[in-house]
Design a protein around this ligand. Structure first.
Ligand code: ADP
Ligand code: MG
Length: 252
C-alpha cells in the first residue's frame, strides 16, 4: 500500500474582521501519497491558498487536523514544527516576494542551512549545487532579486525550497505569473525534480493543461469545500458536477 505522506482532515478556516466572520475553507479532507502529485484546482477565491497556508502554518487553523507521515502536526510548535517544515516546503506565485530584496539570492537560499549551523563554505557549496540542479549557474548566488528575471527568480525560489531536502513541495500557482515559454521550462524542472528527488507535490494551479500534464490525482475546490476528486482524465473528461463542468469550459 502507498505511504500517506500528508493528510488533512476536516480543515476549516474562518477569518474574523471586526464583528464579521467569513468561512473560507470548510470540511476539506484529502491525502497525498509518497511520490504522488496531487493537484488542487478551483476558481479564484475557492480557498486553495488558504488550505496551503494552513498546512504550512502560515495561517492559523480554525478546525481540523493535519498529519505529516502519520504524525499529528496540527498544533506542532518550536522544534517539532521546524523539523516538519524542513520536509514540507512551499513555492509561491510571485518569486520576487520570496526573497529579501536587500540580500543576494545565495544568502536567501543559504539562510535555512546557516540556521542549522552549516558552515559558510559548505552552505556556498550546497547553494551552487542547488542552482545548477535548477538550471542556473553558480554566479546567480551573488545577484540580488532585482537582477534576475521572473523565471530565474522562480528557479532560485525552487532551489531554495530544496535546500533542506524536503519530501513535499507545495506549489501555489508557482507558474501563473510567468509567461508561457518560461512556464513550460519551470514545469520541466518540477517534473525532473519529481523523478530525481522522489518528491511529492501539492500542486495548486488553475491551468488544467498543466494539471493534466503533471498530476496523478486532482481535487476540485468550490467555495471552500471539496467539490469532487479524481484522476485528471476523470475530472476533465467526465466532470460530475456543474461547477467542474463550468470550470473546465472556462479554461479549455
Ligand atoms: P484561492 O487561493 O483559491 O484564490 P484564497 O484561499 O486565497 O483563494 O481565498 C479564499 C477566500 O478567503 C477568499 O474569499 C478570500 O477573499 C478570503 N481570504 C483569504 N485571505 C484572507 C484574510 N487574510 N482575511 C480575510 N479573508 C481572506
Ligand atoms: Mg490562491
Amino acid at each position: 500500500m502507498a505511504e500517506k505522506i500528508l493528510e488533512v482532515q476536516n480543515l476549516k478556516k474562518t477569518f474574523l474582521s471586526g464583528k464579521k466572520s467569513f468561512t473560507a475553507v470548510e470540511d476539506v479532507s484529502f491525502f497525498l501519497n509518497a511520490g504522488e502529485v496531487l493537484g488542487i484546482v478551483g476558481e479564484s477565491g475557492s480557498g486553495k491558498s488558504t488550505v496551503a497556508k494552513m498546512i504550512t502554518h502560515l495561517t492559523d487553523i480554525t478546525d481540523g487536523k493535519i498529519f505529516f507521515l502519520g504524525k499529528d502536526i496540527t498544533h506542532a510548535k518550536g522544534k517539532a514544527l521546524r523539523e516538519t517544515y524542513r520536509e514540507l516546503q512551499m513555492v509561491f506565485q510571485t518569486p520576487a516576494g520570496s526573497f529579501d530584496p536587500r540580500c543576494t539570492i545565495g544568502d536567501g537560499m543559504g539562510e535555512s542551512l546557516r540556521n542549522m549551523g552549516i558552515s559558510k563554505k559548505e552552505t556556498r557549496n550546497r547553494v551552487e549545487k542547488l542552482l545548477l540542479t535548477c538550471g542556473l549557474t553558480p554566479e546567480y548566488a551573488d545577484r540580488y532579486p532585482h537582477q534576475v528575471s521572473g523565471g530565474e527568480c522562480q528557479r532560485a525560489a525552487i532551489a531554495r525550497a530544496l535546500a533542506l531536502e524536503p519530501k513535499v513541495l507545495i506549489c501555489d500557482e508557482a507558474t501563473s505569473a510567468l509567461d508561457v515559454t518560461v512556464q513550460k521550462q519551470i514545469m520541466e524542472l518540477l517534473m525532473k525534480l519529481k523523478k530525481e528527488k522522489q518528491l511529492s507535490f501539492l500542486f495548486i494551479c488553475h491551468d488544467l493543461a498543466l494539471v493534466q500534464m503533471f498530476c496523478d490525482r486532482v481535487i476540485v475546490m468550490h467555495d471552500g469545500h471539496v467539490e469532487e476528486e479524481g484522476t485528471p482524465e476523470e475530472i476533465i473528461e467526465n466532470p460530475k458536477t456543474e461547477y467542474t463542468k463550468r470550470l473546465i469550459e472556462s479554461v479549455l
